[in-house]
Design a binder for this molecule. Structure first.
Ligand code: PAF
Length: 278
């Protein structure tokens, strides 16, 4: 396993691999890896000659009151998991390598960044787009893999890669769930056994709404009301039906949509979604 810690070392490695004609797949992460991340790595290993995973807890996507300091850092376990998944390189820069003294450049993706998670985390997508642009510039991937759980993040990155002519294929992979339906997340480890039980209402409400969609329900208001009713025991941040491309709210389900939810469950802010195409 090669571990590279600076943008310069990462880029030099990637340039050499490109010179040798190798394709590079990339899985950006903040560590605290779980089966969801591994599914992205396995897809990348299958579809590319080489796979790079980054591990960097990105300060610019956390507000001062959020969990940056206590975000789980489990490098040795993560490294073993990457090795097992067939990753060749871990890119693990430090905060000073990414944001040196005087750092002043940020990427803002308009429209798709607005609404949903931006309402309570207005800083979030600027931080994500900025760090992912920087990671892309160092890793120089042919393909990059993101999970559908962060559906708005995927839409933002995809828009950024297209708009800035990055020439990177941005691939979305399905949500990986625990056997009882809870979407896997690094933040699930914050949940007490009682919170863990209450958290199930997110996926259960979404699955019930999916059944309604399959049965022909097309009104966003009806779907939202049903999901809100199912999530009564947690502190709802949002329940929305949005266009899957633009992430703008829709009133009726006439094209591909995302039914997305976010809620505070004890100490953890959890998100989940289903996608549906009529
Ligand atoms: O999804 C994540 O883990 C992060 O937002 C990402 C894409 C690695 C950027 O820090």
């Amino acid at each position: 396993m090669i571990i590279l810690e600076t943008p310069k070392a990462m880029r030099a490695w990637s340039l050499e691999q490109k010179r040798l004609g190798k394709t590079i797949g990339f899985v950006p992460t903040m560590g605290a890896l779980h089966e969801g991340h591994l599914s992205l790595m396995r897809a990348s290993v299958k579809e590319n000659d080489l796979t790079v995973a980054s591990i960097f807890v990105n300060p610019t996507q956390f507000a001062p009151n959020e969990d940056f300091n206590k975000y789980p850092r489990t490098f040795e376990t993560d490294k073993a998991m990457c090795e097992e998944a067939g990753v060749q390189v871990i890119y693990a820069p430090g905060p000073r390598d990414m944001y040196p003294e005087g750092y002043s450049t940020y990427v803002t993706v308009e429209k798709v960044s607005e609404g949903l998670c931006s309402k309570t985390r207005p800083h979030f997508f600027r931080g994500v787009a900025t760090v992912v642009a920087k990671l892309f510039n160092a890793v120089l991937p042919d393909r990059a893999y993101f999970g559908q759980k962060d559906a708005q993040q995927y839409a933002v990155i995809r828009r950024m890669a297209d708009d800035l002519d990055m020439g990177i294929e941005v691939i979305e992979m399905p949500i990986i769930r625990e056997p009882d339906g809870l979407a896997m997340s690094s933040r699930n480890r914050y949940l007490s056994p009682e919170d863990r039980q209450r958290a199930l209402c997110l996926s259960q409400s979404l699955f019930a709404a999916e059944a309604m969609l399959k049965a022909g329900e097309r009104s966003a208001a009806v779907l939202i009301a049903a999901v809100r009713e199912g999530m009564k025991t947690v502190e709802i941040d949002y329940v929305e039906v949005v266009d899957a491309g633009t992430m703008q709210p829709v009133e009726r389900v006439d094209g591909p949509i995302v039914l997305a939810v976010a809620a505070q469950v004890g100490p953890a802010r959890l998100i989940d979604n289903i996608k549906f195409k009529p």
